[in-house]
Design a protein around this ligand. Structure first.
Ligand code: C2E
Ligand code: CA
Ligand code: CA
Ligand code: CA
Length: 277
């Protein structure tokens, strides 16, 4: 407010309040979405690279407003994180995915794990681990059927705290996957200290298989490391037969990507992979 030109002050104030207003509107809309059942989970199959049998699925959130087009997570997860709404949304995701997986088990789906994404903001909550354990207990899902996908960023703020929470989760039998592996900092160090069960090779590395020698070398190095650490590896973003063959021939265990299937609404997933049998 210490400007010589009054007009300038008004301009900045308006621009600022406009941004704040837009964020508030988005926050309210998102809160309403959660209350009025506008959030959905889509499920993308994960297949065994050797047998091509379905072994799991990743739950991916979608926002379908009562009117209008579907909104992708990239557009609203950051706002959910900023406002803290990711905490109730994240709980909804875990609960919904557990209930869905149980239903599919009841319909005859065999060995199968359901994966859910956990954002760092959500993980930072003091009672995060207790909350997950409570949901698993309440729904009755066998804990070893649930996989939490975390990213390296959970260990940035307070690694000791992260390890304590992960231990509580792992001791209950729930599995942990390191998502987007290779895109963060100090990947190896974090992997050694945080004992994850699975590692997901980020799609940026998968994308260039067949075209880019260097990227293929990175994928091979990740596979070799994972094998020595006895970690299950999932390659994500697999889109072509060449990428699939490359990964399979080099011992990648699980495959996820458009080459097999896009993420599907629950009913379509059921028709394609459960009731078909
Ligand atoms: P992510 O966890 O890395 O999920 C993989 C993304 O890649 C998904 O995008 C998926 O639809 C997309 N994908 C799968 N196969 C292919 C492929 O073959 N090619 C290409 N180009 N893309 C593929 P989506 O569903 O838009 O999700 C984007 C991100 O939003 C996710 O990235 C994740 O970070 C976040 N997200 C999604 N659902 C949730 C959630 O329930 N909670 C939280 N905290 N984050 C979520
Ligand atoms: Ca993920
Ligand atoms: Ca990922
Ligand atoms: Ca990602």
């Amino acid at each position: 407010a210490k400007s010589q030109g009054g007009g300038k002050v008004v301009f900045y104030t308006e621009a600022l309040s406009e941004a704040v207003t837009r964020k508030l509107e988005m926050e309210q809309a998102l809160r309403r979405a959660l209350e009025q059942d506008e959030l959905r989970l889509h499920y993308q199959p994960q297949v065994n690279a050797q047998t091509q049998q379905i072994v799991g699925a990743e739950a991916l959130i979608r926002w379908q407003p009562k009117s209008g087009a579907m909104i992708s997570p990239a557009a609203f997860i950051p706002i959910a994180e900023e406002t803290g709404l990711i905490v109730p949304i994240g709980e909804w995701v875990i609960r919904t995915a557990c209930i869905q997986a149980l239903q599919w088990f009841g319909e005859g789906l065999g060995a199968f794990q359901i994966s859910v994404n956990v954002s760092s903001r959500q993980f930072q909550e003091t009672d995060f681990a207790a909350g997950v354990l409570r949901i698993v207990e309440e729904t009755g899902l066998p804990p070893d059927r649930l996989v939490l996908e975390i990213t390296e960023s959970i260990a940035i703020q307070d690694e000791g705290d992260a390890i304590v929470k992960l231990l509580a989760i792992k001791n209950a039998g729930i599995q942990i996957a390191m998502d987007d592996f290779g895109t963060g900092y100090s990947s190896l160090g974090v992997l050694k200290r945080i004992r994850v069960d699975k590692l997901k090779i980020d799609q940026t590395f998968v994308r260039d298989i067949g075209g880019n020698e260097e990227q293929a070398t990175i994928v091979e190095a990740i596979l070799a490391m994972a094998s020595s650490l006895k970690l299950e590896v999932i390659a994500e973003g697999v889109e072509t037969a060449d990428q699939y063959q490359f990964l399979r021939s080099r011992g990648c265990g699980w495959i996820q990507g458009y080459y097999f299937s896009r993420p599907l609404p629950a009913d379509q997933f059921g028709h394609a992979y459960v009731r078909k049998r």
